[in-house]
Structure formats: C-alpha cells, structure tokens
Design a protein around this ligand. Structure first.
Ligand SMILES: Nc1nc2c(c(=O)[nH]1)N[C@H]1C(S)=C(S)[C@@H](COP(=O)(O)O)O[C@H]1N2
Ligand SMILES: [Mo]
Length: 206
C-alpha cells in the first residue's frame, strides 16, 4: 500500500511559479478575490436594471436586461491588477464588448474620445475610448461562468483589465461620451488619471 504522507497537505505556491514578467511592478499575486468598494453594495434587480448610452448630453440608447443579454457574448481570460497591490491571474469573464455594444447602438466608430462611466451608487471613472474598444473593454455579467456576485459588481460591471482595477467600474449604469476628459471618483481624489499598472501609474504625478 502506497501511503504517500509526504505529498499530503502540500499546497502549490502559485506566487513562486508565476513568471516575474507576468506581474506588474509592485504587485503580488493573490488567489483570493478581495472586495474593494467606496460605498455599500447596491442591490439591483435585473428586472429594474438599465444601461444608458449618452453622447453630447443626449440619449443614444438604453438596453434593458433582456436586450443586453441578447447582444453577442464574449468570454475572456485575463489578469487583473488592483492599485492596492494585489493581482489576480487568469480570471474568466463573460459579457458584451464595448465594440459590440457601440455597434448595436449604431455607432460604428467612437463618437467622442473620452468616456465617463457612471454607476448605481454614484461611483464614476473616466476612461479614454481607445482603451475600451478593439476588444479592450467589456461590460461583464458573469465571472467564472456564474452571474457576478453583487459585491463584485453584479449584475454588470465594466472590465478594463489592462488598467488598474479601479477603472473597472462595478454596477455600471450609464456610459457617457465626452469630447474632453473629466475625472471620475478616484481620479479626482489623488489617483492617476490613466492608471497603467505596467508604468505604476498609481497616483497623480506617477
Ligand atoms: N461602482 C464602483 N465600482 C468600483 C469601485 C467602487 O467603489 N464602486 N471600486 C473600484 C476599485 S478601487 C477596485 S480595486 C475594484 C474592485 O473590484 P472587486 O471588489 O470586484 O475586487 O472595483 C472598482 N470599481
Ligand atoms: Mo482598487
């Protein structure tokens, strides 16, 4: 009988197996999924959920949940990087890319260069439109194949994984095109306007 005590309880140490170049400077890898929210988690029923697209102060389109769920679905596997220094590798998300969303609103090319993302609960974040299109951003509704938990931004959150995770707005409600840049919640409170983790753009002036 092969009683293999030695391998019992052996826990693979992910951190030590991760190639250094996979993790941006100053970050560590975690297998947990921390929750970071500036306020309470809004409880949003999909029956009352709505996504609004605005351009130049006027309404371009709204989607209710059924309309949004009928849009083309994309699944991505990606690493995410929080400015509080945790990174999580190979996270799996499903949702609608900004390309498909804008296309369904009849906008074949981005109308204005900047986007303000407004959330249920009042949080905002600004992202250049070039960082949202060409497959770079999605409105995600599922994580690891399951509906996104409310604390993690369900029913729908923005996902812009190549920027620090504060740009990935939870409980997204309204996308507003802007002709010139404006700062969102954290961007007006000392955080970097752009937030590239590979350049450690954590705070204003970095
Ligand atoms: N609406 C909203 N979105 C938000 C936040 C928030 O406070 N409110 N926090 C941001 C920050 S700072 C981070 S790191 C991530 C955290 O997402 P998580 O709680 O799913 O890990 O959400 C971002 N999106
Ligand atoms: Mo964050």
């Amino acid at each position: 009988m092969n009683d293999n005590h030695i391998s019992r309880g052996f826990t693979p140490k992910r951190q030590e197996q991760t190639p250094k170049e996979r993790v941006p400077p100053g970050q560590y890898v975690t297998v947990d999924f921390p929750i970071l929210s500036a306020g309470p988690t809004p409880q949003i029923e999909v029956a009352h959920w709505k996504l609004i697209l605005q351009l130049g102060g006027s309404l371009v389109r709204t989607w209710n949940w059924a309309e949004f769920e009928a849009l083309p679905q994309t699944t991505i596997k990606t690493d995410i990087h929080c400015v509080t220094k945790w990174s999580k590798l190979d996270t799996v998300w499903q949702g609608v890319t900004l390309d498909d969303l804008l296309h369904s609103a009849g906008l074949s090319e981005p109308a204005d260069p900047y986007m303000m993302v407004h959330c249920y609960g009042g949080y905002t974040t600004n992202v250049p439109v070039v960082d949202l299109v060409a497959g770079k951003g999605m409105i995600a509704t599922r994580h690891d194949g399951l509906p996104i938990a409310p604390a993690h931004g369900g029913p729908a959150r923005l996902l812009v994984p190549h920027l620090y995770f504060w740009k990935s707005a939870k409980w997204v409600r309204r996308l507003r095109f802007m002709p010139s840049d404006e700062r969102g919640f954290w961007e007006s409170r000392g955080y970097h306007n752009y937030g590239d983790p590979w350049k450690e753009q954590r705070y204003d002036g970095d």
